[in-house]
Design a binder for this molecule. Sequence first.
Ligand code: CTP
Length: 478
Amino acid sequence: MEHCFLGLQAGCADHCDPIGELLTVHCSLCTVHCSLFYNLAMRVTVGVSGGIAAYKAAELVRALQRQALEVHVVMTAAACRFVQPLTFSSLTGNRVITSLWDDAAGGAGDTAAEQNGIEHIGEAQWAEALVVAPATANVLAKFAHGIADDFLTTMYLATTAPVLVAPAMNVNMWNHPATQANVEMLRQRGVRVVEPGTGDLACGMVGTGRMAEPDAIADAVLRALGRRHDMAGEVVLVTAGGTREALDPVRFLGNRSSGKMGYALAEAAQSRGAKVILVSGPTALHPPAHCELMKVITADEMREAVLKRMAEATMVVKAAAVADYRPVAVSAQKLKRTGPMTLELAPTEDILAEVVRRRRPGQLIVGFAAETNDSMANGRAKLAAKGADAIVVNDVTADGVGIEAETNAATFLTATTSIELAEMPKRQLADRILDEILALRRPRPLMVEMDEDDDLKSRQDRVLGDAVLPARRQLIVE
Ligand code: CTP
């Protein structure tokens, strides 16, 4: 840790090479402190297409600049009707590209008209990420079908950098099968879709189609740039969704799990460089790109899939809501209503406990606990009973969080620590959970307590072991 304190004291200059690569990637304090150095020289093109959310692209540019990224802006002709290019050239200090053929609407530039015809190639090569926000139905359709009739769409075809789109449109346009098919096609090609939110839309309707918040889009850009590539070499086996136990050919016993938390974990681990095997019960979700998906239905099938692949995994994260019981008998025909009925149920195998029994040295095993009462006591009991390294405890009765919700709050519980993870979008929580799982690999301090106001000297004085934890972590040593 001497390394990190050196970095902190020296403004981290010693830890960053001339092009801004962070040398010490495994120290959270240093990573936080060095993020400006780390992102330096990373280049992002923001594509703005014509929707009312175009004004929010200015906030996105600012959010990216706060991360010390260099930003260029490309606007479609329709976007220029909503926002002046001057807004973006003022923010970035760079000329805004508005056309393949001329520079009429540009801000500070003086490029000759004839040069623009090949400029898309230069811009495509310059950009380390292209993010289109807002992405209209029209732009998504053009991207999906390879139509290149303006600068942005031409650049999209010419770039090999990661591409992100943040759709924004009327709810009916978003739900239209044509748009959904285009988005799916783009996803299959590895384009990252920053999902639109649900709420009041500019058109007066209520529904899905509102562009994601600029900070969330900026986060996605940072992930796409691989800022956090701290899971390379890890193989993460994630279970997600609920399982279903058949009663007859048309009915089953199941639960309300949407799979969102597990899918967010899979996506987060994948974007941080891990190989991900996602064992999923039935869900309505799109599998994250580049994850290996194993679809299962019953608890037994999930058990079989997990046991088959767990030897490869360096981490097993069991976010699935697995059925605890299955009907003893499954009727071959649809059950008829014949008055009151008593079902006889038999317990399923506890997959998590079995994974712990079969673990190989070095494997990290993390479970979830969905609780409706006495969450912490139940979570601790589950941690002890199952023998996992950690349990992520959810109070699923809290308003707006947990099962089916877009956000979640949790407590990351280990035998000696309890870390509160406040309510946040599930994708963000997934990253926080992965941070804590990775932290399990670090050497443990004897006892460290810090808060935001500590000065560096007192932090050093109080480190008793050879590791240091980020300021927000609270250690409870019992
Ligand atoms: N789990 C499992 N196999 C089961 C049941 C649960 O692997 N048959 C895992 C879940 O994936 C989760 C953890 O165990 O990681 C806790 O699941 P939860 O449903 O909260 O608890 P249970 O163990 O089922 O106990 P209870 O339902 O009594 O609270």
